[in-house]
Unconditional design. Sequence first.
Length: 503
Amino acid sequence: MNTLVVGSGIAGLTAALHAHEAGRAVTIVTKAALGDGCTGFAQGGVAGVYGPQDSAAQHASDTLIAGAGLSDAAAVDVLVAEGAMRIAELIARGVAFDRSADGELLLGREAAHSHARIVHAGGDATGAAISRALVAAVRRTSIEVVEDAFLIDLIVRDGAVRGIRLLIDGSTADLAADAVILATGGAGHLYAHTTNPAGTTGDGIAAALRAGAEVADLEFVQFHPTILAAGPAFLISEAVRGEGATLIDDAGRRFTFDVHPDGELAPRDVVSRAIARQATAQGSPVRLDATTIGASALAQRFPTIDRVTRERGFDWAREPIPVTPAAHYLMGGVVTDLDGRTSLPGLFAVGEVARTGVHGANRLASNSLLEGAVFGARAAAALGSPRASDRPLPAETIPLNLANTASFRDGNERGPFSRVALQQVMWDEVGLLRTDDSLADALDTIRAWRAGATAAHTVADHEDVNLLLLADATASAALARTESVGAHYRSADRIEAPQLETV
Ligand code: SIN
């Protein structure tokens, strides 16, 4: 059986390795170099359950609370039950998670976790360590790797996915397969400010939508609260707040307790909105004060952040640094069952491209690498039965309806299409706070741009087509969900979204 894995983050590499180890012929197709993508940028770590005080039940409970009642409990149970096995597998594949002098795994704390349970590597370079180990593991096998190959579309025949169409070096190429595992990540570049690396343009979700696969929960976009507000978006891990850093306004006051008893460790959406409101009120970015952690502890625990903040002119051991939210993670995506099967026979989805139901309306920190590993392995195990998923979506899920143009008012005040203009519309109007008006305005603009779109030839053209489709789908989903829940926040008043300062 020939399996194509599209994407090479933790989910795709795990799926590919498991499929190969089960004796299947596997080809990994990836947009850039093997291992490029979001996984390598992950700082925080992987949520596990260690020590007598913690339990899988508490990890599940934290995940469900973060998900604001919209997580799928069965998917969460799978995640926490199989998480330890997948972390052990990562260790066996060569990931050196940080340990104490006596060899115990060091556990970090992040927002909305009831326990310190985040394993990390290289301090704040967890994703890079995982990516290196999994890429090396793949390189030791006979798995075929096709790099710099852009996914144009899924090939669907007789109602089933039979392969993929690629753009390689300016030419199209079709690859046939018995099963395709999408592991193409999210769509952070829908937004003007994002933690995601270039290339995160939602290509897999867009291809799945065009092929007719079920997609849901696109209204749930997670904004990470703390990106350095100076220079190109750079994440300051939540683990820094987990170690005691505080968020202060321009008078030096901790303002997050005004909105949540957990203060800086409240759920991400709460902290992000509090930062946005405060920054707008004071007319300048709020600051993250990590000075109490100490210079040597900061350098040792967060070597990457220590280096980058210093490169940008800040001594964070001595002065608070400016921070602002940015788009970080998409909770929605291609709907799957507990084994990565989608609504299309032959098509699986794993990692951020998938909507497994684990994250509900808001992902718990450090659950995403875990989800990629757990569901990547499960999808590989399910390749023998690539039938369509028959798992129904929960009643609270609002079906995506792109045909609904009720809000389309046929106007566009934003001028001609450019990717930057689209990203600004999404940031301003489909971002941290959404109003009826902002969403309707966004749809006007996006649909006018879509109507004027011309044929795609280059990778950038195809990415633009995908971003426009996903922008439409995201704004439509956000408009359809009239209540605020989790990361989707409907506000009565429009407030200005904070803009990152760029160098
Ligand atoms: C972080 O380090 O703050 C990001 C971790 C995550 O998104 O899970």
